[in-house]
Design a protein around this ligand. Structure first.
Ligand code: DAH
Length: 353
């Protein structure tokens, strides 16, 4: 049997050096196939004397097994090598920018929201959320806007056709301010939160849409005063409009939920039909703010004798319109791709310059 095992050794090294599956299959057929060397050799068993047949049979089986194992092992190796080769060839670098024609645009409102969130988070504010459907208590009463207060009428509220509860009628929130109450109740003081989201009022013209977006920020801590509010508002606006040394105008105003209250105006000038924000001698109102009214703190479960806070709120769509020069607020929601190509920006541009 020696020559058999020498032949097998040669076959095994052929198998081990085999570089592709087809060649491996040919080797398998040549040795183990129906007309293969081993099959034909096995058929010669009857020519052996009886006492040798047992060893001959065992040798044949051992040789077959060695060949089968070697082929199976090589097959695994070749499959793995083929997969690795394909992975290398088909590698896609996901960090490369896509081909520009295939890229969509970020809606200016999305860009504005992303920028504002980044600014507030950077200043240490935590994002909070609230539902679009609120009740009269959270939307008005808890914010010190009592029944029959003119501010309630001014909000042009959409009431829902649902049974009232002890908290009044259900409505689509007219501002993000109820999230102040929800967050004070959930987290207590000290608190530094902001909220951004959809708000609703029955109003539609070039500067109003029935659904719009507001942002709200609230700080409750010991020793908070109007100076902190002024710094925070100025810093947020300077970063948002990318202006150094911004000087805002704080005009005394009235909001039921803050006392004292102010409206904030930003300077601007016109240049070739565009508004340049942050400098010039004209003013635009952009934001409402003030020191949180003690009654509002109490509704939020916070002891107003020991804590003070400031709050601010503004229309996100309005800020987007001013920054990106959008003339008609309603066009934001028409879903016209030409509009998005004009006012939108590449998602791969840095968010804040
Ligand atoms: N909620 C006000 C509105 O809808 C905006 C606002 C003004 C929010 C002053 C505030 C604030 O938190 O302090 O018009």
């Amino acid at each position: 049997m020696e020559p058999l095992f020498q032949q097998i050794q040669a076959a095994l090294s052929n198998i081990a050096e085999c570089m592709d599956s087809k060649a491996l299959e040919s080797l398998r057929v040549a040795w183990l196939g129906k007309q293969g060397k081993m099959t034909i050799l096995a058929q010669t068993i009857s020519t052996f004397p009886l006492e040798e047949r047992k060893t001959f049979g065992a040798d044949i089986n051992r040789a077959k097994e060695m060949l089968q194992n070697a082929i199976a092992e090589r097959q695994v190796f070749l499959t793995q090598a083929a997969t690795e080769k394909r992975l290398k060839e088909e590698f896609v670098d996901c960090t490369l920018p896509p081909v520009s024609e295939l890229t969509g645009y970020l809606h200016p409102l999305t860009r504005t929201q992303n920028d504002l969130i980044a600014i507030f988070q950077d200043l240490g504010f935590q994002q909070a959320t609230g539902p679009d459907i609120e009740d009269e208590f959270l939307n008005f009463t808890a914010l010190n806007i009592p029944d029959h207060h003119p501010a309630r009428q001014m909000h042009d509220t959409f009431f829902l056709d649902l049974p009232s509860t002890s908290s009044g009628r259900f409505l689509l929130r007219t501002h993000t301010s109820p999230v102040q109450i929800r967050t004070m109740r959930a987290k207590g003081a000290p608190l530094r939160m902001f909220s951004i989201g959809r708000t609703y009022r029955s109003d539609s013209d070039t500067t109003h849409t029935p659904m719009f977006h507001q942002m709200e920020a609230l700080v409750v801590e010991d020793g908070i005063h109007f100076g902190h509010l002024k710094w925070c508002v100025t810093e947020v606006c300077a970063r948002f409009f990318c202006v150094d040394n911004l000087h805002l105008r704080f005009r005394p105003s009235f909001f039921p939920f803050t006392e004292p209250s102010a409206e904030v105006d930003i300077p601007f000038r016109r240049e070739e039909g565009r508004l340049i924000m942050g400098e010039g001698d004209e003013w635009l109102e952009i934001l409402g703010c003030g020191m949180v009214h003690p009654k509002v703190l109490e509704h939020g479960g916070i002891d107003s004798k020991h804590h003070q806070g400031f709050a601010l709120g503004f229309g996100v769509d309005r800020l987007a319109s001013l920054k990106y020069g959008i003339p008609d607020a309603r066009s934001s929601f028409e879903g016209d791709l030409r509009w998005t190509a004009t006012y939108g920006s590449s998602p791969y541009e840095g968010a804040l310059r």
